[in-house]
Design a protein around this ligand. Structure first.
Ligand SMILES: CC(C)(COP(=O)(O)OP(=O)(O)OC[C@H]1O[C@@H](n2cnc3c(N)ncnc32)[C@H](O)[C@@H]1OP(=O)(O)O)[C@@H](O)C(=O)NCCC(=O)NCCSC(=O)C1=CCCCC1=O
Length: 381
Protein backbone atom coordinates (compact mmCIF):
# COMPACT_ATOMS: atom_id res chain seq x y z
CA UNK A 1 0.00 0.00 0.00
CA UNK A 2 1.26 3.50 -0.86
CA UNK A 3 2.18 5.81 2.01
CA UNK A 4 0.24 9.03 2.61
CA UNK A 5 3.31 11.01 1.45
CA UNK A 6 3.41 9.09 -1.85
CA UNK A 7 -0.31 9.64 -2.43
CA UNK A 8 0.04 13.37 -1.73
CA UNK A 9 2.91 13.62 -4.22
CA UNK A 10 0.94 11.81 -6.91
CA UNK A 11 -2.47 13.42 -6.50
CA UNK A 12 -1.96 17.06 -5.40
CA UNK A 13 -2.52 19.45 -8.37
CA UNK A 14 0.65 20.80 -10.01
CA UNK A 15 -0.83 24.31 -10.14
CA UNK A 16 -2.70 25.93 -7.26
CA UNK A 17 -5.14 28.77 -7.79
CA UNK A 18 -4.38 31.84 -5.68
CA UNK A 19 -7.48 33.04 -3.81
CA UNK A 20 -5.88 36.19 -2.45
CA UNK A 21 -7.65 39.44 -3.27
CA UNK A 22 -4.52 41.36 -4.22
CA UNK A 23 -0.98 40.36 -4.96
CA UNK A 24 0.78 42.79 -2.59
CA UNK A 25 2.73 42.31 0.60
CA UNK A 26 0.70 43.36 3.66
CA UNK A 27 3.61 45.48 4.94
CA UNK A 28 3.71 47.53 1.72
CA UNK A 29 0.17 48.79 2.35
CA UNK A 30 0.98 50.52 5.63
CA UNK A 31 4.70 51.32 5.78
CA UNK A 32 5.33 48.12 7.75
CA UNK A 33 2.92 49.11 10.54
CA UNK A 34 1.21 45.73 10.22
CA UNK A 35 3.55 42.78 9.83
CA UNK A 36 2.55 39.45 8.34
CA UNK A 37 4.77 36.50 9.12
CA UNK A 38 4.38 32.81 8.45
CA UNK A 39 6.03 31.01 11.35
CA UNK A 40 6.53 27.23 11.25
CA UNK A 41 3.77 25.34 13.04
CA UNK A 42 4.87 23.07 15.88
CA UNK A 43 3.63 19.81 17.34
CA UNK A 44 2.78 19.44 21.04
CA UNK A 45 6.32 18.15 21.67
CA UNK A 46 7.69 21.38 20.17
CA UNK A 47 8.98 19.79 16.94
CA UNK A 48 8.51 21.73 13.72
CA UNK A 49 5.82 20.59 11.25
CA UNK A 50 7.06 20.50 7.67
CA UNK A 51 5.02 22.62 5.23
CA UNK A 52 2.55 24.04 7.79
CA UNK A 53 2.60 27.45 9.43
CA UNK A 54 0.84 29.83 11.79
CA UNK A 55 0.25 33.30 10.33
CA UNK A 56 1.31 36.04 12.73
CA UNK A 57 -0.42 39.36 12.16
CA UNK A 58 1.44 41.96 14.20
CA UNK A 59 0.53 45.58 14.87
CA UNK A 60 3.70 47.62 14.70
CA UNK A 61 2.94 51.06 16.13
CA UNK A 62 4.38 50.71 19.64
CA UNK A 63 4.96 54.46 20.22
CA UNK A 64 1.21 54.96 19.97
CA UNK A 65 0.41 51.80 21.92
CA UNK A 66 -0.25 49.86 18.71
CA UNK A 67 -3.32 51.92 17.91
CA UNK A 68 -4.41 51.35 14.31
CA UNK A 69 -4.37 54.02 11.60
CA UNK A 70 -6.62 53.79 8.53
CA UNK A 71 -3.80 52.23 6.49
CA UNK A 72 -3.24 49.65 9.21
CA UNK A 73 -6.93 48.73 9.17
CA UNK A 74 -6.77 48.18 5.41
CA UNK A 75 -3.64 46.05 5.77
CA UNK A 76 -5.23 44.02 8.58
CA UNK A 77 -8.28 43.14 6.48
CA UNK A 78 -6.00 41.83 3.75
CA UNK A 79 -3.77 40.04 6.24
CA UNK A 80 -6.72 38.09 7.66
CA UNK A 81 -7.94 37.29 4.16
CA UNK A 82 -4.46 36.09 3.23
CA UNK A 83 -4.22 33.84 6.28
CA UNK A 84 -7.76 32.58 5.73
CA UNK A 85 -7.09 31.34 2.18
CA UNK A 86 -3.53 30.13 2.69
CA UNK A 87 -3.68 26.32 2.60
CA UNK A 88 -0.44 26.07 4.57
CA UNK A 89 -1.74 28.18 7.47
CA UNK A 90 -3.21 26.31 10.40
CA UNK A 91 -3.95 29.12 12.89
CA UNK A 92 -3.63 32.90 13.08
CA UNK A 93 -1.88 34.68 15.94
CA UNK A 94 -2.92 38.32 16.25
CA UNK A 95 -0.60 40.42 18.40
CA UNK A 96 1.39 43.64 18.71
CA UNK A 97 5.01 44.68 18.94
CA UNK A 98 6.46 45.11 22.45
CA UNK A 99 5.08 44.27 25.86
CA UNK A 100 3.12 47.43 26.70
CA UNK A 101 0.11 47.24 24.41
CA UNK A 102 -1.67 44.82 22.13
CA UNK A 103 -3.74 47.72 20.85
CA UNK A 104 -5.45 50.77 22.35
CA UNK A 105 -7.94 51.15 19.54
CA UNK A 106 -8.34 53.73 16.81
CA UNK A 107 -5.49 56.20 16.41
CA UNK A 108 -6.66 59.21 18.40
CA UNK A 109 -4.26 61.55 16.56
CA UNK A 110 -5.80 60.61 13.23
CA UNK A 111 -9.29 60.81 14.77
CA UNK A 112 -8.61 64.30 16.18
CA UNK A 113 -6.68 65.74 13.28
CA UNK A 114 -8.51 64.22 10.32
CA UNK A 115 -11.86 62.71 11.20
CA UNK A 116 -13.09 65.15 13.88
CA UNK A 117 -15.95 67.18 12.40
CA UNK A 118 -15.82 65.13 9.17
CA UNK A 119 -18.61 62.54 9.41
CA UNK A 120 -18.62 61.48 5.78
CA UNK A 121 -14.92 60.64 5.97
CA UNK A 122 -15.39 58.77 9.24
CA UNK A 123 -18.23 56.82 7.65
CA UNK A 124 -15.74 55.60 5.03
CA UNK A 125 -13.30 54.73 7.80
CA UNK A 126 -15.99 52.79 9.63
CA UNK A 127 -16.60 50.73 6.47
CA UNK A 128 -12.99 49.61 6.81
CA UNK A 129 -13.15 49.13 10.58
CA UNK A 130 -16.28 46.99 10.25
CA UNK A 131 -14.61 44.95 7.51
CA UNK A 132 -11.63 44.38 9.82
CA UNK A 133 -13.85 42.96 12.57
CA UNK A 134 -15.77 40.88 10.02
CA UNK A 135 -12.48 39.61 8.55
CA UNK A 136 -11.49 38.28 11.98
CA UNK A 137 -14.89 36.70 12.60
CA UNK A 138 -14.92 35.26 9.07
CA UNK A 139 -11.40 33.85 9.07
CA UNK A 140 -11.41 30.18 8.09
CA UNK A 141 -8.62 29.51 10.59
CA UNK A 142 -8.80 29.77 14.40
CA UNK A 143 -7.63 33.19 15.55
CA UNK A 144 -5.60 33.49 18.75
CA UNK A 145 -5.14 36.94 20.24
CA UNK A 146 -1.71 37.01 21.89
CA UNK A 147 -2.38 39.82 24.33
CA UNK A 148 1.10 41.29 24.70
CA UNK A 149 -0.14 44.29 26.72
CA UNK A 150 -3.06 46.71 27.12
CA UNK A 151 -6.18 45.85 25.17
CA UNK A 152 -8.31 48.98 25.30
CA UNK A 153 -11.12 50.55 23.24
CA UNK A 154 -11.17 49.28 19.66
CA UNK A 155 -8.20 47.09 20.66
CA UNK A 156 -10.43 45.23 23.09
CA UNK A 157 -13.11 44.99 20.40
CA UNK A 158 -10.87 43.37 17.78
CA UNK A 159 -9.39 41.22 20.53
CA UNK A 160 -12.80 39.95 21.56
CA UNK A 161 -13.58 39.19 17.90
CA UNK A 162 -10.77 36.59 18.05
CA UNK A 163 -11.57 32.98 18.98
CA UNK A 164 -9.08 32.70 21.85
CA UNK A 165 -7.16 35.22 23.91
CA UNK A 166 -4.07 34.45 25.93
CA UNK A 167 -2.66 37.36 27.93
CA UNK A 168 0.32 38.20 30.05
CA UNK A 169 -0.82 39.45 33.41
CA UNK A 170 0.55 43.01 33.18
CA UNK A 171 -2.02 43.70 30.44
CA UNK A 172 -5.09 45.75 31.25
CA UNK A 173 -8.41 45.48 29.48
CA UNK A 174 -11.39 47.75 28.96
CA UNK A 175 -13.26 50.32 26.97
CA UNK A 176 -12.56 54.02 26.47
CA UNK A 177 -15.45 55.26 24.32
CA UNK A 178 -17.75 57.21 26.66
CA UNK A 179 -14.73 59.00 28.21
CA UNK A 180 -13.23 59.95 24.84
CA UNK A 181 -16.36 60.80 22.87
CA UNK A 182 -17.38 57.46 21.44
CA UNK A 183 -19.60 54.49 22.21
CA UNK A 184 -18.06 51.03 22.34
CA UNK A 185 -20.15 49.90 19.37
CA UNK A 186 -17.27 48.64 17.28
CA UNK A 187 -17.97 45.18 18.69
CA UNK A 188 -17.90 45.57 22.48
CA UNK A 189 -21.61 46.15 22.93
CA UNK A 190 -22.20 43.08 20.75
CA UNK A 191 -19.58 40.75 22.18
CA UNK A 192 -19.50 41.65 25.88
CA UNK A 193 -23.07 40.61 26.80
CA UNK A 194 -22.64 37.19 25.17
CA UNK A 195 -19.18 36.70 26.63
CA UNK A 196 -19.61 37.91 30.21
CA UNK A 197 -23.32 38.61 30.72
CA UNK A 198 -25.29 41.85 30.55
CA UNK A 199 -24.42 43.28 33.97
CA UNK A 200 -20.62 43.04 33.68
CA UNK A 201 -20.90 44.13 30.04
CA UNK A 202 -22.68 47.27 31.23
CA UNK A 203 -19.95 47.97 33.78
CA UNK A 204 -17.18 47.60 31.19
CA UNK A 205 -18.95 49.30 28.27
CA UNK A 206 -20.04 52.41 30.13
CA UNK A 207 -17.70 53.14 33.04
CA UNK A 208 -14.47 52.66 31.09
CA UNK A 209 -12.56 51.43 34.14
CA UNK A 210 -9.62 49.26 33.13
CA UNK A 211 -9.46 45.78 34.66
CA UNK A 212 -6.64 43.31 35.08
CA UNK A 213 -5.85 40.23 33.00
CA UNK A 214 -6.65 38.08 36.05
CA UNK A 215 -10.10 39.64 36.21
CA UNK A 216 -10.50 39.21 32.44
CA UNK A 217 -9.77 35.49 32.94
CA UNK A 218 -12.26 35.29 35.82
CA UNK A 219 -14.97 37.03 33.78
CA UNK A 220 -14.33 34.74 30.81
CA UNK A 221 -13.01 37.32 28.34
CA UNK A 222 -9.72 35.48 27.91
CA UNK A 223 -8.84 31.79 27.83
CA UNK A 224 -5.61 31.94 29.79
CA UNK A 225 -3.24 34.23 31.65
CA UNK A 226 0.50 33.90 32.32
CA UNK A 227 3.03 35.96 34.27
CA UNK A 228 5.51 38.21 32.48
CA UNK A 229 7.37 39.90 35.32
CA UNK A 230 10.63 38.39 36.52
CA UNK A 231 12.14 39.34 39.86
CA UNK A 232 15.61 37.94 40.52
CA UNK A 233 15.16 35.66 37.53
CA UNK A 234 11.86 34.18 38.78
CA UNK A 235 8.40 34.74 37.30
CA UNK A 236 5.99 36.46 39.72
CA UNK A 237 2.34 37.50 39.26
CA UNK A 238 1.47 41.14 38.60
CA UNK A 239 2.15 42.76 42.00
CA UNK A 240 -0.41 45.55 41.46
CA UNK A 241 -3.20 42.95 41.41
CA UNK A 242 -4.64 40.71 44.15
CA UNK A 243 -3.71 37.17 43.13
CA UNK A 244 -3.17 35.49 46.49
CA UNK A 245 -6.69 35.80 47.94
CA UNK A 246 -10.07 34.93 46.53
CA UNK A 247 -12.39 36.74 48.94
CA UNK A 248 -12.21 39.67 51.35
CA UNK A 249 -13.46 39.69 54.94
CA UNK A 250 -17.04 40.25 53.70
CA UNK A 251 -16.92 37.29 51.34
CA UNK A 252 -16.67 39.41 48.18
CA UNK A 253 -14.51 38.12 45.34
CA UNK A 254 -11.34 40.20 45.12
CA UNK A 255 -9.09 37.96 43.06
CA UNK A 256 -7.97 40.00 40.03
CA UNK A 257 -8.92 43.39 41.50
CA UNK A 258 -6.24 46.09 41.54
CA UNK A 259 -4.50 46.64 44.85
CA UNK A 260 -4.97 50.13 46.28
CA UNK A 261 -2.91 52.83 48.03
CA UNK A 262 0.61 51.98 49.13
CA UNK A 263 0.31 48.37 48.02
CA UNK A 264 -0.47 49.50 44.46
CA UNK A 265 2.46 51.95 44.47
CA UNK A 266 4.80 49.26 45.78
CA UNK A 267 3.56 46.96 43.04
CA UNK A 268 4.34 49.57 40.38
CA UNK A 269 7.83 50.07 41.82
CA UNK A 270 8.46 46.31 41.70
CA UNK A 271 7.39 46.19 38.05
CA UNK A 272 9.88 48.98 37.28
CA UNK A 273 12.65 47.07 39.04
CA UNK A 274 11.95 43.75 37.35
CA UNK A 275 12.47 42.35 33.90
CA UNK A 276 9.63 41.71 31.45
CA UNK A 277 9.83 38.33 29.76
CA UNK A 278 7.13 37.15 27.34
CA UNK A 279 8.48 33.61 26.96
CA UNK A 280 5.64 32.07 28.98
CA UNK A 281 3.13 33.91 26.81
CA UNK A 282 4.79 32.58 23.66
CA UNK A 283 4.88 29.09 25.10
CA UNK A 284 1.13 29.19 25.88
CA UNK A 285 0.33 30.50 22.41
CA UNK A 286 2.44 27.77 20.77
CA UNK A 287 0.82 25.12 23.00
CA UNK A 288 -2.62 26.29 21.94
CA UNK A 289 -1.67 26.36 18.26
CA UNK A 290 -0.23 22.84 18.63
CA UNK A 291 -3.55 21.63 20.06
CA UNK A 292 -5.42 23.29 17.19
CA UNK A 293 -3.27 21.64 14.50
CA UNK A 294 -4.06 18.20 15.92
CA UNK A 295 -7.64 18.26 14.59
CA UNK A 296 -9.50 17.73 11.30
CA UNK A 297 -9.28 21.07 9.46
CA UNK A 298 -12.83 21.27 8.08
CA UNK A 299 -14.38 20.11 11.36
CA UNK A 300 -12.33 22.81 13.05
CA UNK A 301 -13.59 25.50 10.66
CA UNK A 302 -17.20 24.35 11.02
CA UNK A 303 -16.86 24.39 14.82
CA UNK A 304 -15.46 27.92 14.66
CA UNK A 305 -18.31 29.05 12.43
CA UNK A 306 -20.91 27.67 14.82
CA UNK A 307 -19.26 28.83 18.03
CA UNK A 308 -18.75 32.34 16.64
CA UNK A 309 -22.47 32.71 15.96
CA UNK A 310 -23.49 34.42 19.23
CA UNK A 311 -20.88 37.12 18.58
CA UNK A 312 -21.42 37.23 14.83
CA UNK A 313 -25.21 37.45 14.99
CA UNK A 314 -25.09 40.42 17.35
CA UNK A 315 -22.34 42.05 15.29
CA UNK A 316 -24.17 41.61 11.97
CA UNK A 317 -27.43 42.89 13.43
CA UNK A 318 -25.87 46.17 14.56
CA UNK A 319 -22.75 47.01 12.60
CA UNK A 320 -24.30 49.17 9.84
CA UNK A 321 -26.37 51.27 12.25
CA UNK A 322 -23.34 51.61 14.48
CA UNK A 323 -21.30 52.84 11.55
CA UNK A 324 -23.84 55.52 10.70
CA UNK A 325 -24.20 56.66 14.31
CA UNK A 326 -20.45 56.83 14.87
CA UNK A 327 -20.04 58.92 11.70
CA UNK A 328 -22.56 61.53 12.81
CA UNK A 329 -21.21 61.51 16.36
CA UNK A 330 -17.94 62.85 14.87
CA UNK A 331 -19.74 66.22 14.67
CA UNK A 332 -19.99 66.77 18.39
CA UNK A 333 -18.95 64.36 21.16
CA UNK A 334 -16.24 62.45 19.24
CA UNK A 335 -14.91 65.67 17.80
CA UNK A 336 -14.57 67.03 21.31
CA UNK A 337 -13.41 63.92 23.15
CA UNK A 338 -10.74 62.79 20.69
CA UNK A 339 -9.40 66.33 20.35
CA UNK A 340 -9.25 66.55 24.15
CA UNK A 341 -7.21 63.33 24.35
CA UNK A 342 -4.95 64.41 21.50
CA UNK A 343 -4.39 68.00 22.64
CA UNK A 344 -4.35 67.42 26.39
CA UNK A 345 -1.26 66.54 28.37
CA UNK A 346 -0.51 64.69 31.61
CA UNK A 347 -0.60 68.12 33.31
CA UNK A 348 -3.88 69.44 31.82
CA UNK A 349 -5.55 66.03 31.67
CA UNK A 350 -6.81 64.42 28.48
CA UNK A 351 -10.54 64.40 29.13
CA UNK A 352 -13.11 67.19 29.07
CA UNK A 353 -14.93 68.44 32.12
CA UNK A 354 -18.01 66.28 31.70
CA UNK A 355 -20.13 68.00 34.33
CA UNK A 356 -19.61 71.41 32.64
CA UNK A 357 -20.77 69.99 29.31
CA UNK A 358 -23.78 68.34 30.90
CA UNK A 359 -24.70 71.57 32.67
CA UNK A 360 -24.58 73.39 29.32
CA UNK A 361 -26.68 70.80 27.54
CA UNK A 362 -29.15 70.75 30.43
CA UNK A 363 -30.10 74.34 29.60
CA UNK A 364 -30.22 73.73 25.84
CA UNK A 365 -26.80 75.11 24.80
CA UNK A 366 -26.13 74.15 21.16
CA UNK A 367 -22.93 72.47 19.99
CA UNK A 368 -20.83 75.30 18.52
CA UNK A 369 -17.15 75.61 17.66
CA UNK A 370 -16.86 77.97 20.61
CA UNK A 371 -18.36 75.42 23.02
CA UNK A 372 -15.99 72.71 21.79
CA UNK A 373 -12.93 74.98 22.23
CA UNK A 374 -14.03 75.93 25.74
CA UNK A 375 -14.16 72.25 26.70
CA UNK A 376 -10.57 71.46 25.67
CA UNK A 377 -8.28 70.54 28.60
CA UNK A 378 -6.54 73.62 29.92
CA UNK A 379 -8.99 76.07 28.21
CA UNK A 380 -10.21 78.96 30.36
CA UNK A 381 -13.67 78.27 31.70
C1 LIG B 1 -5.39 54.30 29.01
C2 LIG B 1 -4.36 54.41 27.88
C3 LIG B 1 -4.58 53.28 26.88
C4 LIG B 1 -2.94 54.24 28.48
O1 LIG B 1 -2.66 55.31 29.35
P1 LIG B 1 -1.15 55.56 29.83
O2 LIG B 1 -0.57 54.28 30.29
O3 LIG B 1 -1.21 56.70 30.77
O4 LIG B 1 -0.33 55.94 28.50
P2 LIG B 1 -0.42 57.27 27.65
O5 LIG B 1 0.63 58.21 28.09
O6 LIG B 1 -1.81 57.77 27.59
O7 LIG B 1 -0.06 56.70 26.20
C5 LIG B 1 1.29 56.48 25.78
C6 LIG B 1 1.48 57.05 24.41
O8 LIG B 1 0.65 56.34 23.48
C7 LIG B 1 -0.22 57.25 22.84
N1 LIG B 1 -1.50 56.55 22.58
C8 LIG B 1 -2.14 55.73 23.43
N2 LIG B 1 -3.26 55.29 22.88
C9 LIG B 1 -3.33 55.87 21.65
C10 LIG B 1 -4.28 55.80 20.59
N3 LIG B 1 -5.39 55.03 20.68
N4 LIG B 1 -4.01 56.50 19.48
C11 LIG B 1 -2.90 57.25 19.36
N5 LIG B 1 -1.98 57.38 20.33
C12 LIG B 1 -2.20 56.68 21.46
C13 LIG B 1 -0.40 58.41 23.82
O9 LIG B 1 -0.80 59.57 23.15
C14 LIG B 1 1.02 58.51 24.37
O10 LIG B 1 1.85 59.16 23.42
P3 LIG B 1 2.49 60.59 23.79
O11 LIG B 1 3.31 60.93 22.57
O12 LIG B 1 1.34 61.51 24.00
O13 LIG B 1 3.29 60.37 25.02
C15 LIG B 1 -4.46 55.76 27.19
O14 LIG B 1 -3.34 55.93 26.34
C16 LIG B 1 -5.69 55.92 26.39
O15 LIG B 1 -6.75 56.14 26.92
N6 LIG B 1 -5.57 55.86 25.05
C17 LIG B 1 -6.62 56.17 24.12
C18 LIG B 1 -7.63 55.08 24.06
C19 LIG B 1 -8.71 55.45 23.08
O16 LIG B 1 -9.42 56.41 23.25
N7 LIG B 1 -8.83 54.69 22.00
C20 LIG B 1 -9.79 54.94 20.99
C21 LIG B 1 -11.09 54.39 21.47
S1 LIG B 1 -12.39 54.55 20.31
C22 LIG B 1 -12.10 53.27 19.23
O17 LIG B 1 -11.12 52.62 19.31
C23 LIG B 1 -13.12 52.98 18.23
C24 LIG B 1 -13.02 51.88 17.46
C25 LIG B 1 -13.95 51.63 16.36
C26 LIG B 1 -15.27 52.17 16.58
C27 LIG B 1 -15.22 53.54 17.01
C28 LIG B 1 -14.22 53.80 18.05
O18 LIG B 1 -14.39 54.79 18.71
Amino acid sequence: MATTDEIIKRTAPSHLIDHNLIDREVESLCDGMVKYEKRPAKRKDGSRVQGLYNAWIIFNNPKQFNSYTTDMVKATILAFRRASVDREVSAVVFTGVGEKAFCTGGNTKEYAEYYAGNPQEYRQYMRLFNDMVSAILGCDKPVVCRVNGMRIGGGQEIGMACDFSVAHDLANFGQAGPKHGSAAIGGATDFLPVMIGCEQAMVSGTLCEPFSAHKAARLGIIADVVPALKIDGKFVPNPTVVTDKFIDEYGRVIHGEFRTGTQFKEGLALIKEGEIDLSMLDQKVEELCAKLIDTFPECMTKSLEELRKPKLNAWNANKENSRAWLALNMMNEARTGFRAFNEGTKETGREIEFVKLRQGLAVGTPWTEELVESLMPGAQR
